[in-house]
Design a protein around this ligand. Structure first.
Ligand SMILES: [Fe+2]
Ligand SMILES: [Fe+2]
Length: 135
């Protein structure tokens, strides 16, 4: 069954405890919002949630990019572009959240779910694979 619920599992693992822990926290933040939404509070909590997500994602991305630079990861430029584009989208949602609409929570969840599946489960896994073969 398709669900917007977020849960960290082994398939998110990138072979580094600090990064795995940051990804777990990120998934936790995403899931908190999912629960706010199913309790009917997605609209009121949207702005606070986006601010929290933005702050945490920015610090995680900075850490991850530095880690990848240290490992000489060849695809860092593209990886960073995906991070930057996520930050831009969250800032766009934040602008919308100042005048919340009914569709905002579901649009946000759809975007974040897609990000989890495309970035966390694919793009982040690519560096994990590179590092596991190289080091
Ligand atoms: Fe990443
Ligand atoms: Fe990441």
């Amino acid at each position: 069954m398709y669900t917007f619920r977020f849960e960290w599992n082994e398939s998110h693992g990138v072979g580094n405890d600090i990064l795995d822990d940051q990804h777990k926290q990120l998934i936790g933040i995403m899931n908190d919002y999912y629960f706010s939404m199913i309790q009917g509070k997605g609209d009121i909590k949207a702005k606070t949630y986006l601010e929290q997500l933005l702050a945490f994602a920015a610090s995680h991305f900075a850490y991850e990019e530095e880690y990848l630079a240290g490992k000489g990861y060849p695809d860092l430029k593209n990886h960073k572009e995906e991070h930057d584009s996520f930050i831009c989208s969250i800032k766009d949602f934040l602008r919308v959240a100042s005048t919340p609409t009914i569709s905002l929570p579901i649009d946000m969840l759809k975007f974040i779910k897609k990000w989890e599946q495309q970035h966390m489960l694919l793009t982040d896994k690519k560096y994990a694979e590179f590092i596991s073969h190289r080091f």
